[in-house]
Design a binder for this molecule. Structure first.
Ligand SMILES: CC(C)(COP(=O)(O)OP(=O)(O)OC[C@H]1O[C@@H](n2cnc3c(N)ncnc32)[C@H](O)[C@@H]1OP(=O)(O)O)[C@@H](O)C(=O)NCCC(=O)NCCS
Length: 175
């Protein structure tokens, strides 16, 4: 995949099953940074393809940011918003977001976060929530700028070679 140029335009669209290989490669790169997520490895391309084929649009929004690259597209980032299944929690969706290192600070994360809101309104989700490591200053700055507020903090929840980190729970109400 050709890396996007610094000023390449990008668009947000729903992920498709044929994005799976590029998405798996993007996720691998971000997991390899080992600083943002709690797990060490992302899903395989096969797992992603199956998940995207079976996607229920009333339950899951899976958006990708793409930029023109050669004859095709480069994947710059993704956002997954998953509604809770239990009826008493079905107005809440949990988010996962990441942007490729070379595409950060160009508004991709902000655009993905904004793009999920029309889906939320359509399906009746009024609360978006997520977990973020307390050491993740970039993500905390983005979420604060987009109206997410801290709901709680699990202290010393994450432990790795770099030491301990809190898990911060953030949320935004849309109603
Ligand atoms: C956090 C992350 C998604 C932000 O995405 P991004 O596309 O780089 O962010 P944007 O360019 O949309 O930034 C929007 C705003 O967020 C804030 N922000 C983003 N990155 C920042 C940084 N490194 N330092 C300070 N503020 C930052 C700024 O307010 C920025 O607005 P500005 O550029 O006009 O000042 C991206 O850094 C990333 O993927 N990090 C690794 C994975 C990760 O942390 N995922 C989230 C886990 S909860």
């Amino acid at each position: 995949m050709v890396p996007p140029t610094a000023h390449a335009p990008f668009a947000i669209r729903p992920a498709r099953p044929d994005d799976a290989p590029a998405l798996a490669a993007l996720m691998d790169g971000i997991y390899a940074e080992r600083r943002w997520f709690v797990g060490d490895v992302g899903p395989t391309a096969g797992e992603l393809r199956r998940r995207l084929r079976a996607l229920d649009p009333a339950r899951l929004w899976f958006g990708v940011a793409v930029a023109p690259s050669g004859d095709g597209e480069a994947l710059l980032g993704w956002l997954e918003a998953r509604r809770f299944a239990l009826p008493r929690l079905a107005h809440v969706a949990s988010l996962t977001l990441a942007v490729a290192p070379e595409a950060r600070r160009r508004g991709v994360g902000r655009s993905l976060l904004r793009a999920v809101e029309p889906w939320a309104a359509r399906v009746g989700v009024v609360k978006l929530r997520l977990d973020v490591r307390a050491s993740n200053a970039a993500a905390l700055a983005l979420y604060a700028a987009e109206g997410y507020v801290e709901e709680g903090r699990e202290r010393r929840q994450i432990r790795d070679a770099d030491g301990e980190d809190d898990n911060v729970v953030l949320a935004k109400f849309l109603d």
